[in-house]
Design a protein around this ligand. Structure first.
Ligand SMILES: Nc1nc2c(ncn2[C@@H]2O[C@H](COP(=O)(O)OP(=O)(O)O)[C@@H](O)[C@H]2O)c(=O)[nH]1
Ligand SMILES: [Mg+2]
Length: 373
């Protein structure tokens, strides 16, 4: 039994495949890993298959799976999952876009208890080199859609990742297109993830197989995973969205506190409505912070801001921006457009809520995302 299986999907990679196999194998030797290399080829028309078959006779840890139907990158990787001979899988491209040197680190992170380890292009320390603008834009768009499903993950569509076997065995994967990782995250069973930054380098040899149809398929995949997440309460996607819903519910309690206080302070205490609103907003911020910290983000273990006072400070600063938005809109609608002040306030609250959610999600309660082991 191998320590890990490195799955390399290929289609017409005759120039790259011998070199990437050699490099991955060198990484195994250097790190003392007993690793398998499983090439999953979609019946390449060039010499890829012959080359790997020859290497297979020289090195017993090099295997190849040749597929003849259901052509596709994601399908190939999923087939690799079911044919690999170990409990830890690493998926890597054949074209040197992903650095094999990171494989041992990914392996260690899985051994340390993570279920999925993602090589991220979009976190501190990561990046993309030599990609044409068009590819960057497509990738950003795909990543944005993916993050709607997994807001905690900076690169949910990376092609370079490691996954524990149990995450994918029995998972109803419907692999299609290019983004197998998103499918694994959406349909697999996992708790802990870890991202490691890396610099994606565009291939020097051969050509990309990305087609327009792949992009269209991807949009369908996102919708499919969203539906799956809604229907399966235990799924990772559902857990992410549970927070969004909780944040919204907390926001609703904040609206009640805010509106109630504004009404009370204006009608009964007799304060000028803007002053009354200011006090109402401050108290609703406190209300929201406590509920979010104790409930919405309770399970968020690895906060960047580890003390509650720091989080309260961050939340307050973010909310200060929200206050400006709220007051500004209240004033604009009430004094400029002549709207009833409670209605104006509601508009102000809604816009400020959106602002608060997005910024706090990215600052106050974000998971730690450093490249440290
Ligand atoms: N088995 C299989 N591998 C594929 C397919 N399309 C691409 N690949 C492999 O997947 C990796 C990434 O593909 P590439 O065309 O470089 O995508 P890009 O980096 O996004 O432009 C490479 O190792 C390709 O050989 C496919 O349809 N089937
Ligand atoms: Mg490539």
């Amino acid at each position: 039994m191998y320590d890990l299986s490195v799955i390399i999907p290929t289609f017409n990679e005759e120039e790259n495949i011998p070199r990437i196999i050699e490099e991955v194998d060198a990484v195994f030797r250097k790190s003392n890993l007993n690793g398998e290399i499983l090439v999953v080829d979609d019946n390449s028309k060039d010499r890829t298959i012959a080359i790997v078959q020859k290497l297979h006779t020289e090195k017993e840890n090099v295997n190849i799976l040749v597929r003849t139907s259901d052509h596709g990158l994601s399908q190939s990787v999923a087939d690799g999952f079911s044919h690999a001979s170990s409990d830890i899988f690493v998926v890597i491209d054949a074209d040197f876009s992903h650095p094999p040197a990171l494989i041992p680190k990914m392996y260690d992170e899985i051994r340390a208890g993570n279920d999925v380890v993602i090589g991220s292009r979009y976190m501190d320390g990561g990046g993309i080199k030599d990609w044409p603008l068009k590819r960057r834009v497509i990738s950003k768009g795909a990543t944005f859609l993916g993050r709607l499903l997994f807001p905690d993950i900076s690169d949910p569509v990376s092609g370079f990742f490691a996954v524990r076997k149990e995450v994918v065995t029995g998972a109803p994967l419907k692999p299609k297109g290019y983004k197998i990782l998103l499918e694994v995250l959406g349909k697999g069973t996992w708790e802990n993830d870890k991202e490691i930054p890396f610099e994606f380098v565009d291939r020097e040899i051969g050509s990309s197989k990305l087609k327009f149809r792949t992009i269209a398929e991807y949009a369908g995949q996102v919708v499919d995973i969203a539906l799956f997440s809604v229907l399966h309460r235990g799924s990772a996607g559902w857990k992410e969205w549970e927070r969004v819903i909780k944040f919204g519910l907390v926001g609703l309690t904040g609206i009640v506190v805010n509106m109630g206080l504004l009404y009370y302070l204006k009608e009964y205490v007799g304060l000028y409505y803007l002053v009354a609103s200011f006090i109402a907003i401050e108290i609703s911020i406190l209300n929201n912070f406590l509920w979010n910290d104790l409930w919405t983000f309770r399970t968020q273990e690895k906060q960047k801001l580890s003390s509650r006072w720091h989080r309260l400070l961050a939340f307050n600063l973010v909310s200060a921006g929200g206050v400006v938005i709220n007051l500004g809109l209240l004033y604009l609608f009430t004094s400029v457009f002549g709207v009833y002040y409670l209605i104006s306030n509601l508009i102000g609250i809604l816009v400020a809520f959106l602002w608060n959610f997005i910024i706090n999600r990215n600052i106050t309660w974000i998971k730690k995302k450093t490249g440290r082991v």
